[in-house]
Ligand binder design. Structure first.
Ligand code: MF3
Ligand code: CO
Length: 266
């Protein structure tokens, strides 16, 4: 069942999404070679609770951490651990909160030091594809229009692998609501988009082949060819004539640019 949010509900959801953006901004400030993902996860939990919210991933279907920290060939759902990040690593940090009953859920991929031109292009193109998908999240379009736009830009245009097993989703008082939002598909297919539908749109794009597998921990998803994978996620509300992006990359990007340990383009 699809849930269409009222104006006041959308503002609560914007608050939740922005708390995730602010948490990711804290990450953009502290990321550096030598820090561990477990240290990041601890800071994430503290920041969320200090802001009157709950980390929503913790205990979700038994997930044991505040955040997902997916490094290099890990696609999504990477467990925070005691391994130090190194120059040339990339890390997707995916964070969820519940505040005043509503979920925020979004993600950003950072590069520690210089990841090299091929990986940087993958990061740039994946982020671009997210915005191309968001452009289609307007009333009257269909879910497949979003899917098609993402696949066109990443797979058709750049030859990257689009992960099939994991998809974006509706968001609200539940972390995962209808509809599913695949990152591949046909224009004009799937459900019709109506005003007030909130979606977490999240391309997961591989430098090499699209194939992935889940590790024996039951969560960590990796590329089969062990090439790098990138993940960006925004929370978006469908409106008439435009998509309202509830989360905010501008504060994350400003902190990313100000951090000399992070690559943010030439
Ligand atoms: N952004 C991911 C998703 O929407 C986060 C889920 S991680 C989990 O599926 F730990 F909560 F499962
Ligand atoms: Co999500």
């Amino acid at each position: 069942m699809m849930h269409y949010k009222t104006k006041p509900e959308i503002e609560l959801m914007r608050n939740s999404a922005l708390l995730v953006s602010r948490t990711l901004t804290e990450m953009a400030k502290v990321l550096r070679p030598g820090i561990t993902t477990l240290e990041l996860d601890k800071l994430i939990g503290e920041f969320i609770r200090d802001n009157g919210a709950i980390p929503s991933f913790l205990n979700y279907r038994g997930y044991p951490f505040n955040s997902c920290t997916s490094v290099n060939d890990v696609v999504v759902h990477g467990f925070p651990n005691k391994t130090e990040l190194r120059d040339g690593d990339i890390i997707s940090i995916d964070i969820g909160v519940i505040k005043e009953r509503y979920h925020g859920d979004h993600a950003y991929t950072f590069a520690i030091g210089d990841p090299g031109p091929d990986v940087w292009q993958l990061i740039r193109v994946t982020k671009e594809s997210l915005y191309k998908g968001i452009e289609k999240a307007v009333a009257g379009n269909r879910v497949g229009d979003i899917s098609f736009a993402i696949q066109e830009h990443t797979e058709k245009k750049h030859g990257y692998g689009v992960v099939r097993e994991l998809v974006g989703h509706g968001l609200g008082t539940e972390l995962h609501e209808d509809p599913q939002v695949p990152n591949y598909g046909r224009r004009g297919s799937l459900q019709k988009l109506k005003e007030g539908l909130v979606l977490a749109i999240e391309p997961m794009i591989n430098l090499g082949k699209r194939d992935v597998y889940t590790e024996s921990d039951g969560w960590t998803v990796r590329t089969v060819d062990h090439k790098y994978s990138v993940h960006f996620e925004h929370d978006v509300c469908v409106q008439k004539g435009h998509a309202d992006i509830l989360s905010d990359y501008s504060i994350i990007e400003a902190a990313e640019k100000a951090n000399p340990h992070l690559f943010s383009g030439n």
